[in-house]
Each structure stands twice: as C-alpha cells, then as structure tokens.
Write a protein that binds this ligand. Structure first.
Ligand code: ARG
Length: 459
C-alpha cells in the first residue's frame, strides 16, 4: 500500500528490505519530548501569526499533549511503517484530533524538524555531561586536598622521575576535565541556534516568525541560512569531538587506577562497589569498572569517526544519510554518562595507600635532579657538569644497591670534592617535593592552594 503521508505520488509500497532499512523509529523515539516541544512552539507561532486558526491550533496543542502522555504512559504504539518519531507523532495526532492535525506541518519540513529536535536533545546532553564532569572534578579535588602531603613517584616513560604529591597528580586531571567542560560549553554556544523554519531547505513563503520559535525553545537566535540549517551536523560533530577528548582523559585516568591497583604499585585501593572478584581465584579484586571505562572510550572515539565518515561526502542539503547521525551521538552520550558516573564513584571511594606511595619513592633515585640542582646552586657548577657528576653517583649507588642519600660523604667527595655535608638536606623526597614551589609545581603548599583555586574555578 502507498504511504499515508506522501501516498499521492506512489502506487506501491516499499520492498521488505526498504521497509527494514528506512525507519529510524527504533532509535529516534527518544527524541519524542523534543519533537513535541518543538511542534508546540511551531504551532503557537502559527496561531500567533494567523497561519493557523486558534481553534485548530488549540486542538493541535491539546492533541500533542495527549500524544506525549500516551508515550510517557507506555500506551503509544510506535510503528516502523511510519518511519520516524516525527511521523509517528503526527499520525497519532491525526487519529486523536482529525483534520486540524494536517495543518501542523505548514511551513515546516521534517528536515528542519529533525535538526531542531536533535539540537534540543544535544543541548540537554551537554548540560548533563557538564554536571557530571563537575562531580568528577569535585571528587578529584577532595582527593587532592586529602593527598596534598602524600609523596609518590612521578613518572616519565613510566620510569621513576621526580617526587610529586598524590594531590598534585589528582589536580592534573582536574585541569583536563576543566578543558573538556570548556570544549563542551564552546560547542553548546555554537549549537544553540534554531533551524526551525528553514523548512525543507529554502525557507517558506508563509509569514512565519523564526525569532519567536527560537526564543520559545531557548535558542539564542534562529540560524542564518536555511540550506545550512538542514544540511549541518557539525554541532553533533563538535560535541562528539569534545566527547572523544573527554573519553580519552577518562581512559588515561582509569589506566592509572588499574596500574595503581596492581600489586607492584599498590598505590590505591578501589572500593568493593567498583571492583569484581574471580569465580576461581578467591584472592582477586579486579578493577573492572576502570577497565570498562578504558574500553568504552573506544566507542566514543568510534562514534566521532562514524559521523565524520557519514557526513564528509554529502552534497547540500539534507540527505537520508543524515538519519545515521543519531545512533553514534546517542551511544557516545550514553557511554560518557555511564563512564562519568562510574569514574566519579571510583574516585570518591578510592583510598590512597600512604606507606606504599612513600615506599615507592625510595627506589629509582628520585632526588637525582635535586642533587644536580644543589651542585648548581651551592658550588656553582654548570648544570651539564652537575648532571654528569650525579650520573656517576647514581651508578655507584646502583652498584651498591642503595639510594643516593645512603652514600657516604666520602663516597660522594671521591666523585667531586666540592660536595659537602649540606647536600643531604636536599636528598629526601619530602624536601624535594616541598622545594618545587614554582607556579603549578608540586610542593604541598602549592597543591593546597591549587586545590582551593580549583574549587573556585570549577565548582
Ligand atoms: N528520520 C529522518 C532523519 O532522522 C527525518 C528527516 C527525514 N527527512 C526526509 N526528507 N526524508 O533524518
């Protein structure tokens, strides 16, 4: 049978394969609230500007409310023959109110309709992500406050480098998530323009008021070009791109949690709530939550690539290809929400192990740079010479199986006679960490001040 919406031109219905590939209702039904919200704003504008009578308009507004109730109560029957959420809603409206339902689509197309719905949905998703990121930052800042004095090895190349504090390490992620929030906020600014009224692609001859609908839907302004309005999906790409960067940050944090739970590190313990046991090995406490966040970051990055690939070859304006924008966007946002909730909980519950963190600083010659800096500061050696002297001392300590402060003054002076007893004052990891007071450095006092500043900047 021919389609009830455009049957006029058609003698036959779709093939079985076409009926399977064509619909989007299975995934775009989650746009129902945005679709009805935008339809109601459109309808009120049509009434206001005398394009639809107030009697018909009121029937439409009431009918749309009834449709929304049915959907929310679960009594609505979604039909894939009606393709998408837009036609499912309109078709039910027709069943409920009859003839006036056909007037709703005046001066509108599904092309501007879907673009509007998706922007509304994406804007709300961005706001949810922002709130969750803030929660993760709050948890990290709490850990930073509590761990401002906990010394631990800082790594480069995953090789022990210099002492840092656990709090400083936490605040590094606070900065990353702060930039993620900035990128989302920036995307939100650009996406907050209303495509409704662009109609199919060229605008409309009806005397519509796009400023009114834009305002009613909380957009900053209507979009400027009708063709761009229905052809553009870069608002979704921007959010996916910010989301992919965020996912990468979550993955790195979780990778560190996984490493830190390894018995070789044993730097932190995750709570029972975010770990699992083994069905065979009774001793196991596996960091599955962190592993899944690390893995799921791949889906988000994949979604970005999916949508880029869908969009890159499309001539203006709308193409049905663009129906494929929703699944990657929905999946990426759902995945991020889940990962952020899991990460927030893991960080809130995480217990750093102060003894193990400190014990790890006793390996790897973490104060070698401090010794070299002392040679520059006190006897006034050029840094490159100092570097060489300390290198020789490290070699001796390594051969002896001890750390730098365990060498005797005699052993040190045998390498360079300018070394004095004072040098031992800089060779402890606490002194080394406390000495790094430069802006953004790891000294505990800096970390406490940075945590306070982060609260003011982000929370
Ligand atoms: N289901 C479609 C989508 O998601 C709605 C827009 C359809 N427009 C059209 N001209 N076929 O993109």
């Amino acid at each position: 049978a021919a389609n009830s919406m455009w049957g006029g031109r058609f003698a036959g219905g779709p093939s079985e394969a076409m009926a399977a590939i064509n619909p989007s209702i299975d995934f775009d039904r989650r746009l129902y609230a945005e679709d009805i919200q935008a339809s109601r704003a459109h309808c009120r504008m049509l009434i206001d500007h005398g394009i639809v009578s107030s009697t018909d308009g009121q029937a439409i507004l009431d009918g749309l409310e009834a449709v929304q109730r049915e959907i929310e109560q679960g009594s609505f029957t979604f039909k894939s023959a009606l393709e998408d959420i837009h036609m499912n809603v309109e078709s039910r409206l027709k069943e409920l109110i009859g003839e006036p339902a056909g007037r709703l689509h005046t001066a509108r197309s599904r092309n501007d309709q879907v673009a509007t719905d998706l922007r509304l949905w994406t804007r709300a998703a961005v706001d949810r992500l922002d709130g969750q990121l803030r929660t993760v930052q709050a948890a990290l800042i709490d850990q930073a406050d509590a761990g401002a004095d906990l010394v631990m090895p800082g790594y480069t190349h995953l090789q022990a480098a210099q002492p840092v504090t656990f709090g400083h390490h936490m605040l590094a992620y606070v900065e990353m998530f702060g930039r993620d929030r900035g990128r989302l906020a920036d995307a939100r600014k650009r996406l907050n323009e209303c495509p409704l009224g662009a109609a199919a692609l060229a605008g409309t001859s009806f005397p519509i008021d796009r400023h009114m609908t834009a305002r009613e839907l909380g957009f900053d302004r209507p979009t400027a070009n009708s063709m761009d309005s229905v052809a553009d999906r870069d608002f979704a790409l921007e959010v996916l791109s910010a989301g992919a960067t965020l996912a990468m940050h979550l993955s790195r944090l979780c990778e560190e949690l996984i490493l830190w739970c390894n018995e070789g590190f044993a730097f932190v313990e995750l709570s029972d709530a975010f770990t699992t046991g083994s069905s065979i090995m009774p001793q196991k406490k596996n960091p599955d939550g962190a592993e899944l966040v690390r893995a799921k970051s791949g889906r988000v990055i994949g979604s970005l690539i999916t949508l880029f690939t869908v969009m890159k070859g499309l001539p203006l304006t709308y193409g049905k290809d663009m129906q494929e924008d929703k699944e990657p966007l929905f999946d990426a946002c759902d995945t991020l929400e889940l990962c952020l909730a899991c990460t927030a909980g893991m960080i809130q519950d995480m217990q750093p192990n102060a003894e193990n963190l400190r014990a790890a600083t006793q390996k790897g010659f973490l104060t070698a740079t401090d010794l070299a800096d002392w040679l520059v500061r006190v006897p006034g050696m050029p840094f490159r010479d100092a570097h060489h002297v300390v290198g020789r001392l490290v070699k001796i300590a390594e051969d002896r199986g001890c750390d730098l402060p365990d060498l005797s003054l005699d052993e040190m002076q045998a390498v360079d006679s300018r070394i004095t007893d004072d040098v031992f004052g800089v060779l402890t990891v606490d002194k080394a960490a406390a000495s790094r007071t430069s802006h953004g450095g790891t000294a505990p006092d800096n970390v406490r001040a940075a945590a306070q500043a982060a609260k003011e900047r982000f929370l």
